[in-house]
Design a binder for this molecule. Structure first.
Ligand SMILES: C[S@@+](CC[C@H](N)C(=O)[O-])C[C@H]1O[C@@H](n2cnc3c(N)ncnc32)[C@H](O)[C@@H]1O
Length: 279
C-alpha cells in the first residue's frame, strides 16, 4: 500500500471501516445485486482477461466476474474497507469449495485514489457503485487508468440523480440528522450521487486520460423486503438520536409506503447509469 496521507478520503475511510456499518452491509447490498449482470454484460468480459474491481465491497460482483474470466483470467477486488475485504475473502473461499475454481479471485485493502494494486496491468477496471467516494475524482480515475494496459477499458455503474431514485430516503430524515459538512477546500463531495451528473462524470474521465466515453442510462425495478434499504440499525448508524427514533421511523414509514406491494415486499425503481471508456 502506498497511501498518500492518512487524511485521504478520511470520512469515507472511517465510514466503510466502521464495524456497525459493515455488519449491516450484507443486508444493504441486496438492493443492488440486480445491477451485477447488467454491468458484466456491458463489459463483455472474456475468459482469460485480467480485471480490477474497484470498491468491491463484499466481493459478490468480483466473484461473478471471476466466473466469466475463468479459468485463465484473474480478478483483483480492491477496497478501502478491511472488514468488507475480509467478507469478500470468506465468500471467495466458500465459492471455491463449489465446482468452479476461484483461485482467480483475490482481494486487496487499498485506497484506489492513490494506492497501487499488485497485478497491473489489467485489461478491465470495473466498479459497481465503488467509484463515487473519491474526494479527488480526477486523481483517482488517473490512478485507475495507470492500472490498465493501453487500450484497456473501464466500466462502472453509478446512480443517476437522487430525483430519479426516490427510494433515497435520507431526505425524509434530514430534520433528524446533522448536516453533512462541506468538503475541504480543493476536495469534491463524495457519496452515492457524486457521479450523477453525466457531463461532469464524462469530464472527470476525460481529464483522467480516458477516451471513447459512453454512457448508458438504465431504469428497472427490484422487488425486495424494505430492510434491504433501511432498518433501525441503519437509522442509528446515520445518527438519529434515541429520543428521535419514533418520529424518524414514522418519517421513513411515510416515505416507504409508496413502494409497498404487500407486507413483506416493496417494489423500488432504480435509475442507474453505466459509463464505459478506454485508456
Ligand atoms: C456502495 S459500496 C459498493 C460495494 C460493491 N461494489 C457492491 O456493489 O456491493 C462502495 C464500496 O466502495 C469502497 N470504497 C470507497 N472509497 C474507496 C476508495 N477510495 N478506494 C477503494 N474502495 C473504496 C467502499 O469501502 C465500499 O465497499
Amino acid at each position: 500500500m502506498t497511501g498518500e496521507t492518512a487524511e485521504t478520503n478520511a470520512a469515507e475511510r472511517r465510514r466503510w471501516n466502521d464495524e456497525r456499518w459493515t455488519a449491516l452491509w450484507p443486508k444493504r447490498e441486496r438492493f443492488t445485486n440486480a445491477v451485477t449482470p447488467r454491468l458484466l454484460d456491458a463489459l463483455a468480459l472474456a475468459p482469460g482477461e485480467r480485471v480490477l474491481d474497484i470498491g468491491c465491497g463484499g466481493g459478490m460482483a468480483s466473484i461473478e466476474a471471476g466466473r466469466r474470466v475463468s479459468p485463465e483470467g484473474a480478478v483483483v477486488g480492491a477496497d478501502l474497507s478491511t472488514p468488507l475485504v475480509e467478507l469478500a475473502r470468506r465468500r471467495a473461499h466458500e465459492a471455491s469449495a463449489g465446482n468452479i475454481s476461484f483461485q482467480v479471485v483475490s482481494f486487496q485493502v487499498v485506497d484506489m485514489q492513490h494506492d497501487q494494486v499488485p497485478g497491473a496491468p489489467f485489461d478491465v477496471a470495473m466498479s459497481q457503485f465503488g467509484v463515487m467516494f473519491f474526494d479527488e475524482p480526477v486523481t483517482a480515475f488517473a490512478n485507475i487508468a495507470r492500472h490498465l494496459r493501453r487500450g484497456g477499458r473501464v466500466g462502472f455503474a453509478c446512480w443517476q440523480s437522487a430525483e430519479r431514485n426516490p427510494w433515497f430516503f435520507a431526505l425524509a430524515l434530514a430534520r433528524f440528522l446533522q448536516p453533512v459538512p462541506p468538503p475541504a477546500e480543493g476536495k469534491s463531495p463524495t457519496g452515492p450521487f457524486a457521479l450523477a451528473d453525466p457531463e461532469r462524470t464524462a469530464r472527470i474521465l476525460r481529464d483522467a486520460g480516458f477516451s471513447d466515453i459512453r454512457r448508458t442510462a438504465i431504469e428497472f425495478t427490484v422487488d425486495l423486503p424494505e430492510d434491504a434499504l433501511v432498518d433501525d440499525d441503519q437509522l442509528a448508524f446515520m445518527g438519529v438520536a434515541d429520543s428521535d427514533m419514533t418520529d424518524a421511523r414514522r418519517a421513513i414509514d411515510e416515505h416507504m409506503a409508496r413502494f409497498r406491494l404487500g407486507t413483506d415486499v416493496s417494489r423500488f425503481p432504480l435509475a442507474i447509469q453505466i459509463f464505459e471508456a478506454r485508456r
